[in-house]
Design a protein around this ligand. Structure first.
Ligand code: ADE
Length: 309
């Protein structure tokens, strides 16, 4: 049960890593493609002032049973002179957001991405109880978005970036936190209103709202209805532009109760119609009415089995 296992706290030698190429900018720093001996890895480089987030992210990765096909594989953390490194598996395709900018998706690709992504989220949300020391607590991501979903070569997804995640150990409080965290455009109405309860279920439902928006992004890039896919846009980009303020999001999501548009022609496809219905249950205004990740996972796997076209 060592939360800092894999974290390099003392002056241990660094892993033999050669940075190759800057691949992404995140809120907490840069992500580089790198070589580690014969392996290709990703290195997230964070400034020292982000130490809390660097430690928090490793604490989540180091929880028991966090190795899962649909959760980004963690290699380790290192302290360097100038900054802090977080080393993980590298995925050449990058984030789902980047992928959707350049590609539309067929029905079978959509199913594969959606199902594997939601499988990862359902696993994260689940508590796997074995012995006390070997239990994986339920974890809420709190910054679920298409930039934090990575795509592997076979187009299955894995969830990344646990810098804001919260774990819920039975009988313990999740610790000091405040409600207004995450990315504005993905914030659920109850966060924008400042009206959340600090209970596990409330945090998991907030992830499910964001998951609905990511599923909408996938649907918006489908190439299986009878009209060409729309150009990629982030959720609410049409309504609120590229840099929405908190007030913009409050007006759209809380006051007007708007959601991204589900196009009529998508609904002509029997599979897309069912995915769209599930999306609406993910982003319900009433948090308690939202579907759980495991329920979405089961629906998607049933759908892809029965509508394997
Ligand atoms: N962008 C952010 N993290 C990444 C990773 N592990 N692999 C590829 N691109 C990324």
């Amino acid at each position: 049960c060592d939360p800092e296992m894999g974290t390099q706290e003392f002056n241990q030698p660094h892993r033999p890593i050669q940075l190759l190429e800057l691949r992404a900018h995140g809120r907490f720093g840069e992500v580089w493609k790198a070589n580690m001996l014969d392996a290709v890895v990703a290195v997230k480089i964070m400034p020292f002032k982000e130490k809390a987030s660097w430690l928090a992210e490793q604490e989540i990765y180091n929880l028991p049973h966090m190795k899962h096909d649909n959760i980004l594989l963690f290699v380790g953390g290192e302290k360097h002179e100038e900054n802090l490194w977080l080393i993980t598996e590298f995925h050449e395709k990058g984030s789902l957001c980047d992928f959707l900018k350049g590609n539309s998706v067929t029905w079978s690709q959509l199913c594969k991405i959606a199902e594997s992504m939601v499988r990862g989220l359902a696993y994260l949300h689940d508590d796997v109880s074995l012995t006390r020391c070997q239990s994986k607590p339920a974890v809420a991501h709190r910054d679920f978005k298409s930039k934090n979903v990575l795509l592997k070569e076979d187009l299955t997804a894995c969830i990344a970036d646990f810098g804001l995640a919260l774990k819920f150990e039975p009988g313990k409080s999740p610790g000091e936190t405040h409600g207004l965290v995450g990315t504005r455009r993905y914030m659920a109405p109850e966060i924008l209103e400042g009206a959340i309860s600090f209970r596990k279920d409330a945090f998991l439902r907030i992830d499910m709202y964001a998951c609905g928006l990511v599923l909408w992004e996938l649907l918006s890039r489908n190439s299986c209805s009878d009209q060409p896919a729309d150009e990629y846009q982030l959720p609410f980009e049409e309504e609120a532009g590229s840099h929405p303020t908190l007030e913009d999001m409050q007006e759209l999501v809380v006051m007007k109760k708007l959601r991204p548009t589900i196009k009529n022609h998508w609904l002509q496809h029997p599979g897309l119609e069912q995915v769209a219905a599930t999306i609406e249950e993910c982003w319900d205004q009433d948090a308690e009415a939202r579907v759980s990740a495991i329920c979405v996972q089961e629906r998607l796997s049933q759908l892809s089995r029965t509508l394997n076209v």
